[in-house]
Design a protein around this ligand. Structure first.
Ligand code: CP3
Length: 336
């Protein structure tokens, strides 16, 4: 079997499957641990539990890659911003102060995340050699959305706040970049071999700012990774047709499709990159026949080009674990 890192670096066509949020609330074995660990950040900082949770979906489905159990918000946490997770509402961060970036230092930052790196070390030892261990970061813009609270409750851009902070945004994105590169380097040194960069809120950026706030910050990170020979996957969710410009400009090794993109469009426009994902996670709420129809459409469209099976976003908490099993079995046994 070829692992994810080799697929990304050598751009080879080879079966490979994993899911975003493959370790999470849809799994009863995760909920069991979560029940006893009410503080989510503390759970992410518990190396043994984080490692155990990372391996839960590997044990259940024998997926090809593991993704370390952590969160993109561990970066603002390590910078000293206070984070709480409110049930049914999501994360809430304390008021942003520029000093968390300007009066901070890389050693302190690394120190606050050392149990994440320890979790990666433990997991790498426990994980089969031929499986990749994926680490991740939030892209600068997506982290900034949380750090400045730039989203409204219905997930739109809060334009008033955006305009208010507009002149400061570039500086924050640049300062964040250095910490994110440290976080990537530490995770790779601990034993991860692929990094995925989640720009989950790229779709909120007004078109005139997309290059400055999305393409350039992602490219800076990809260029850093290239200089260190680290395999990369970008996920600029919500960019629609601009996925093409993003890919041409940033040139990551892999790119995750969101479910809005037409797979045929993606195949013809996104070049020199390994494609990943695409299907709407909500298809798993449908009948087996409907699930397999959608899966077949993606598999057939990307026949003969490097494609990693995944979804267009993370698995949802309401997902039936047996449907995931059915989909994985179908993919494994699919022959053309
Ligand atoms: O299995 C994996 O994919 C690895 C673990 C992982 C988590 N979060 C665990 C988690 C990863 C890769 C993430 C990424 C993440 N976190 C993103 C980017 C991907 C995306 O979903 O767009 C974002 C935006 C976050 C921020 C975040 N973390 C939010 C908005 C929330 C609350 C809402 C939600 O989706 O659950 C979290 C909490 C979180 N992160 C949970 C998990 C398993 C749920 C925590 C719980 O048990 O209550």
């Amino acid at each position: 079997m070829t692992n994810l890192k080799s697929i990304l670096i050598n751009k080879i066509s080879c079966k490979s499957i994993w899911f975003m949020r493959q370790a999470g609330r849809y799994l009863p074995e995760f909920r069991e641990i979560r029940k006893k660990n009410k503080d989510f950040i503390k759970l992410c900082l518990n190396s043994n539990l984080s490692s155990e949770i990372t391996l839960q979906p590997i044990k259940r489905y024998n997926l090809d890659s593991a993704i370390i159990f952590s969160d993109i918000l561990m970066t603002p946490y390590a910078l000293g911003q206070n984070i709480t997770f409110i049930k049914e509402e999501g994360p809430r961060l304390s008021e942003f102060k520029i000093e968390v970036l300007t009066k901070n230092n890389k050693e302190k930052f690394t120190q606050k995340l050392k149990s994440v790196y320890e979790a990666i070390k433990i997991t790498r030892k426990r994980l089969e050699k031929n499986k990749s261990l994926i680490c991740f970061i939030g892209a600068p813009w997506t982290l900034l959305v949380y750090m400045l609270g730039l989203k409204t409750e219905d997930n739109k851009l809060n334009l008033d706040k955006y305009k208010k902070h507009r002149t400061q945004i570039n500086q924050i994105l640049v300062e964040l970049n250095d910490y994110l590169c440290v976080h990537i380097k530490n995770q790779i040194n601990a034993g991860a071999d692929v990094v995925q960069i989640f720009d989950s809120w790229a779709g909120l950026i007004p078109i005139k700012d997309i290059k400055d706030f999305c393409y350039i910050p992602n490219k800076r990170i990809i260029d850093f990774c290239k200089s260190k020979e680290i395999a990369t996957i970008c996920f600029p969710k919500g960019l629609k047709d601009n996925y093409k410009d993003f890919n041409d400009f940033v040139k990551p090794d892999g790119i995750n499709l969101d479910s809005e993109l037409d797979p045929i469009w993606a195949r013809s426009k996104l070049k020199d990159v390994v494609l990943q994902g695409g299907p709407d996670p909500k298809i798993l709420f449908k009948t087996d026949k409907e699930i397999l129809e959608v899966a077949t459409k993606y598999i057939k469209t990307f026949k003969d080009i490097p494609y990693v099976f995944n979804l267009g976003h993370g698995l949802l908490p309401e997902t039936d674990p047996d449907k995931v099993k059915m989909l994985v079995n179908f993919y494994r046994n699919y022959n053309e």
